[in-house]
Design a protein around this ligand. Structure first.
Ligand SMILES: Nc1ncnc2c1ncn2[C@@H]1O[C@H](COP(=O)(O)OP(=O)(O)OP(=O)(O)O)[C@@H](O)[C@H]1O
Ligand SMILES: O=P(O)(O)OC[C@H]1O[C@](O)(CO)[C@@H](O)[C@@H]1O
Ligand SMILES: [Mg+2]
Length: 537
């Protein structure tokens, strides 16, 4: 936030368009994290013109832009390149010497069953990518800030190329496989696909020739609890784990300090760590990376973003999200059948999404059975002439039934604050689903109209299931790329899919704040077209 206020003060002439009705809208306070790891310094704003959102404006956190400077575009690009540069072992160990990669595509059958000795190969070319390969982050050239869904850097929406690092195996590696002890840890809540990623990380490590691979039990807690011992992992152990949901290793929230984690890593001799988790976990991973650098440890810390909420910045999607949307269809369909079969039936389904309404939006659009979709990013009222309840009455009178899909973080302003936090410091939310159910029943009772209200909360059923085929593929690619990134000597990075290509991001860039649904995006517009819902304000 601070950098934004600064921006509008230092650049009044450039950041406020000359049109007198234009102003800048900052993301609301509800997007701020409660556990304090990131301050939501916010590099996104919206141009609001005559009360309507025109475009999202983006700018680098570190530097203010003077758009009257003819060089601003080049300067922006340079700054972007700096921000998206991925930290490398040689930043701290300039003398570190690379060796030819041991990763091979064309292999001979290993001599022994446990793959000891790695995979022999006579081939020299193994599909390596070049260190200078880049992927374009944004692919639409918006001709106008008025174009729906426009995300712009300057008020004119000038086209600026933004390149990020391509993921994949490199020809040279910075770790000798026989000197690697790799660890995998899964943190936060469950998410479909965790086992798929663990499996691919292990398999790929073995292909490089790593023999010492362990799982840390129950998230970061596994580093502090003396009664939890590390789990040896191999292809044999992980072969079938993707056939079930959950995490082979277990998950947790909270846990030891970063310094304690790095102490344990040093004791255990871990020099490569794969961290699967959401924004909290990644904040931890980045702090571990920084601490290792401070202690001059040659360690690769690589994240794989895990959140069914899909709230990690800059990526097409995170693994597990597709599965969650698909699984949500069963809950929505049940709510629809219940509502449709009852006299004046109202079905209410609550789906996950603490800060972001992606699951609710996509599940509503996919089902075609939702009349009202409520997400955290779009304020609404329950009561009053424009409220949700009045619209429900209208739907019952005109259609005979209605189905509502609400994201867990929606309408928190309508609920009493709990002020409670979980072990990781995340705010415990009020239950908006139960609230809407109660208010709906009360409303129809008070106006003397019969309504048969049924409420479904499938939260943990959606999270615990195994990944579908599309997530299975995503997990496989992310898991493999995480290992390639570590061997290539990168640390403090995470893997992601970007315009269907796979990339490495520096961790801080993807967790600056939870990625929200943009109410000005085409996807939200499509959802509104599908539900036919009005504004509830
Ligand atoms: N700023 C931070 N620095 C270090 N560790 C952190 C930080 N924030 C969270 N963590 C740790 O990361 C782990 C996971 O955090 P959290 O419970 O917020 O889940 P998450 O990774 O955001 O996943 P989910 O999407 O399920 O919420 C916890 O063990 C927590 O202690
Ligand atoms: O009940 P738990 O395990 O704390 O997890 C709940 C949270 O996890 C998430 O699914 C994210 O992983 C949120 O949508 C949800 O609020
Ligand atoms: Mg989180």
């Amino acid at each position: 936030m601070e950098s934004l206020s600064r921006a509008s003060i230092t650049n009044p002439g450039t950041l406020s368009p000359t049109s007198s009705s234009a102003s800048y809208f900052l993301f609301p306070r509800r997007f701020r994290r409660s556990n304090g790891f990131s301050s939501f310094s916010g590099n996104l704003r919206r141009i609001v013109s005559r009360g309507r959102v025109r475009a999202e404006i983006e700018k680098p956190n570190a530097r203010e832009i003077d758009f009257s400077d003819p060089e601003w575009r080049i300067k922006y690009q340079k700054d972007f390149e700096r921000r998206f540069n991925i930290p490398h072992i040689t930043d701290v160990f300039p003398d570190a010497k690379p060796i030819p990669s041991t990763f091979c595509l064309r292999m001979r059958t290993p001599v022994s069953e446990d793959f000891a000795g790695g995979y022999p190969s006579d081939e020299e070319w193994h599909g390596y990518i070049n260190n200078n390969d880049r992927v374009l982050l944004k692919t639409i050239n918006f001709a106008s800030p008025n174009s729906a869904g426009a995300v712009c850097i300057d008020p004119d929406c000038t086209w600026v190329e933004q390149w990020v690092h391509r993921a994949g195996p490199r020809e040279k590696i910075y770790f000798k496989p026989e000197e690697v002890k790799a660890a995998i840890v899964t943190c936060g809540g469950l998410c479909p696909g965790l086992n798929d990623v663990i499996r691919q990380v292990v398999i790929t490590l073995e292909i490089y020739g790593v023999k010492s691979i362990v799982g840390i039990p129950f998230g970061y807690r596994g580093f502090s609890n003396s009664d939890l011992s590390e789990m040896p992992l191999s292809r044999k152990v992980v072969q079938n784990i993707h056939l079930s949901g959950g995490s082979l290793l277990g998950v947790s929230r909270g846990g030891p300090s970063v310094s304690d984690i790095v102490d344990r890593m040093q004791e255990k001799g871990i020099n490569m760590i794969f961290v699967l988790g959401g924004n909290g976990t990644h904040a931890g991973a980045n702090a571990i990376h920084e601490e290792c650098r401070k202690r001059k440890l040659k360690v690769a810390v690589v994240g794989v973003p895990k959140t069914i909420d899909n709230d990690i910045l800059l990526m097409d999607k995170t693994f597990g999200f597709d599965t969650a949307v698909e699984e949500a269809q069963r809950a929505i369909n049940s709510a629809y059948i219940e509502a449709h079969s009852a006299y004046h039936g109202v079905g209410i389904v609550k789906l996950m999404g603490r800060h972001s309404g992606f699951i609710a939006m996509h599940a509503s659009l996919a089902s075609g059975q939702i009349d009202i979709c409520l997400i955290p990013e779009v304020p609404f009222q329950l009561h009053g002439p424009h409220g949700v309840l009045t619209h429900l009455k209208y739907l019952i009178e005109t259609k005979g039934s209605a189905v509502v899909c609400v994201a867990e973080g929606a309408g928190q302003n309508l609920l009493q604050k709990t002020n409670a936090t979980d072990a990781s410091g995340n705010m415990v939310l009020g239950d908006i689903g139960v609230h809407i159910q109660q208010e709906t029943k009360k409303y129809f009772r008070e106006i003397g109209v019969h309504a048969d209200v049924k409420y479904i909360d499938p939260t943990y059923m959606i999270r615990a299931c195994r990944a579908n085929a599309s997530d299975g593929i995503l997990c496989a690619v992310l898991g493999q790329n995480a290992v390639h990134g570590a061997f290539a000597g990168y640390s403090g990075i995470t893997v992601g899919i970007c315009n269907t290509h796979y990339v490495y991001f520096p961790i801080p860039e993807v967790i600056a704040y939870p990625r929200p649904v943009d109410p000005n995006s085409r996807m939200w517009h499509r959802c509104l077209t599908s539900t036919g819902q009005p504004d509830f304000i």
